[in-house]
Design a protein around this ligand. Sequence first.
Ligand code: ATP
Ligand code: MG
Length: 295
Amino acid sequence: MAEIANVPPAAKLAGVEHLYSGKVRELYRFPDGRLLFVASDRISAFDWVLPTTIPDKGRILTAMTTWWFEQFADITNHWLSSDVPAEVAGRAMVTQPLEMFPVECVARGYLTGSGLADYQASGSVCGVALPAGLTNGSRLPAPIFTPATKADVGEHDENVDFEAVSGTIGEEDANELRRLTLQIYERAEGIARDRGIIVADTKFEFGRNPSSKVITLADEVLTPDSSRFWPADKWEPGRQQSSFDKQFVRDWLTSAESGWSPKSDDPPPGLPDAVVEQTRAKYVEAYERLTGRTF
Ligand code: ATP
Ligand code: MG
């Protein structure tokens, strides 16, 4: 796989082979085939990896993922252990190596982003017809499955309809991915809403265990990196909702003070300490609100 331009080189870790660096995560492999799934403190905005890291972000998002796995004990997931090399303690997990389905399994309970754009153009999202009169941030009558193809590095994922997924992976597996995606999202949305966070949409990835053949929930789950988290008390359909975690980053990057524009071809500047601290506090708050635990 190609590496992303402004991602720093991955740390060398003893006893594992580096396979891949994404914008935020790194993947390594143990000699026995198990994977080491590492979350860095990197943050992305406007499709750039920012030059500034957010202290503890990797640990917070990893703890959130494993907490969700615990909530869904009846859903098979790829987590094997949190016993990881000291350099990545707390921000990595050992996982099963899966044969990944080439599908971004997106569930939406609220309308925004590319879903809103598709709806405004066609009245439907990924082939799912929606009622008239919905606006940016509207809660949908029921969550919908809006899959996307996994794009190559630097490209945007492309929304596709259910038939396209069926055509790629077969109808039986497509049905199962849709069922799992909607079921997990629906449960998570309820849990989070009770705790003051709207999970507007989320993306899951699934793979098949090569020996047991069981369809298995993979990747990180239900974090602000894989989902849109909105503060429930500020939710107001009809406008762009503020992002739970990255609002300070986006506001600062688009302000005159940053001297940068999202339209620019130049990489964004480093974040001021105050923005880093506010952003870190939002990740901690999301974790603590959701789990009821202290970070
Ligand atoms: P982006 O930076 O846009 O998120 P990405 O999704 O390609 O890019 P990461 O999310 O950082 O990159 O990398 C995680 C990769 O690991 C993904 O390609 C994902 O499909 C894959 N993956 C996740 N869990 C497993 C697993 N259990 N077995 C095999 N591959 C997995
Ligand atoms: Mg990813």
